[in-house]
Design a protein around this ligand. Structure first.
Ligand code: ADP
Ligand code: MG
Length: 255
C-alpha cells in the first residue's frame, strides 16, 4: 500500500478555469525557445505535453506562470489576460509542481504547505496550519506533518509539494515532469494522486514522459518539438495515428 496515494475521503472538488495560450514566444538572449505557441485548455480537463528534451516544454510552463517573462503573446486565465496580474496572485491561481519538489529543507511538511498561505494569502498562523493539515491529509500525509523533507521519500516529498500548491486553491495546476526524479516504485502513487485531481475537476497541464499516464488520463495531448506545437489531439489521435514524421520518430524512441 505504500505506493498508493491513500487519499482521505474528505475531498474538495475544484473549480478549474480555462487556460488559453495565445501565440506565446519566449527567448533567452538571441535564442528563440518558444516560437509562437497557442493552446486551449478547457475547464476541468487535462492536457499532457510530450516532446523531446530541449523542445521547450518547461519554458512553456514557466512562461504560463511567468517564472520567465514571455517575449510576446498572452495567457488568458478564465478568459482574462494574465499579463497585468501580480505574479504572486498569478502563481496562487496557477499552481506549479516541479521535478525536484523545491521544498524548504529546514521546514516541516506542515510549514512547507502553510508558509505561502501566510505570506501570500495573509492567513493567521492558526488558519494556515489548519488548512495545511487538511491538504496534507488529502494527499495521504497526515502522519508526516512534522517531518522534514530529508525524512520523507521522494514520493512523499512530491505529495507535500502538490499539497502546497493545492492549499492556495488554484484554478489550474502545471506539472513539470513531476515523477521523473522518483524511484520507479514511487511513481505510481504520485500519478494516482494527479489522476484524482483531474477527476475532481482541476484544470491541468502536465509535462510528462509517462506515456501510459498521458494515454489514460489526458483529454488532450500536445506534441512539441523545437519550440513549436507540432500536433494536438486526443491520446488516440497522437499515439495511434501520428501525422508528422517528427512525432512518429519520437514515439518510436519512447514507446
Ligand atoms: P524541455 O523542457 O522540453 O526539455 P526547455 O524548455 O527546458 O526544454 O528548454 C528549451 C530550450 O531552451 C533548450 O534549448 C534549452 O537549452 C534552452 N533554455 C532553457 N532554459 C534556459 C536558460 N535559462 N538560458 C538559456 N537557455 C535556456
Ligand atoms: Mg523540461
Amino acid at each position: 500500500m505504500s505506493t498508493s496515494a491513500n487519499v482521505s475521503s474528505d475531498l474538495l472538488t475544484f473549480r478549474g478555469s480555462s487556460l488559453e495560450i495565445k501565440d506565446l514566444t519566449m527567448a533567452f538572449g538571441d535564442i528563440h525557445v518558444l516560437r509562437g505557441v497557442s493552446l486551449s485548455i478547457a475547464p476541468g480537463t487535462t492536457t499532457c505535453i510530450i516532446g523531446p528534451s530541449g523542445s521547450g516544454k518547461s519554458t512553456l510552463l514557466r512562461g504560463i506562470n511567468r517564472l520567465h517573462e514571455p517575449s510576446s503573446g498572452d495567457v488568458l486565465l478564465d478568459g482574462e489576460s494574465t499579463l497585468n496580474l501580480n505574479p504572486d496572485v498569478l502563481r496562487s491561481r496557477i499552481g506549479m509542481v516541479f521535478q525536484h519538489f523545491n521544498l524548504f529543507p529546514d521546514h516541516t511538511s506542515l510549514e512547507n504547505v502553510a508558509l505561502a498561505l501566510r505570506s501570500v494569502k495573509g492567513m493567521s498562523k492558526a488558519e494556515a496550519r489548519e488548512r495545511a493539515s487538511r491538504r496534507l491529509a488529502e494527499v495521504g500525509l497526515a502522519e508526516r506533518a512534522d517531518h522534514r523533507p530529508r525524512d520523507l521519500s521522494g514520493g512523499q516529498q512530491q505529495r507535500v509539494a502538490i499539497a502546497r500548491a493545492l492549499a492556495m486553491e488554484p484554478e489550474v495546476m502545471l506539472f513539470d515532469e513531476a515523477t521523473s526524479a522518483l524511484d520507479p516504485e514511487l511513481v505510481k502513487g504520485v500519478l494516482t494522486l494527479m489522476a484524482g485531481l483531474c477527476e475532481r475537476g482541476m484544470t491541468m497541464a502536465v509535462v510528462t514522459h509517462e506515456m501510459g499516464f498521458a494515454r489514460r488520463v489526458a483529454d488532450q495531448v500536445v506534441f512539441m518539438d523545437e519550440g513549436e506545437v507540432v500536433e494536438v489531439g486526443t491520446p488516440a489521435d497522437l499515439f495511434d495515428n501520428p501525422q508528422s514524421e517528427r512525432l512518429q520518430r519520437f514515439l518510436s524512441e519512447v514507446l
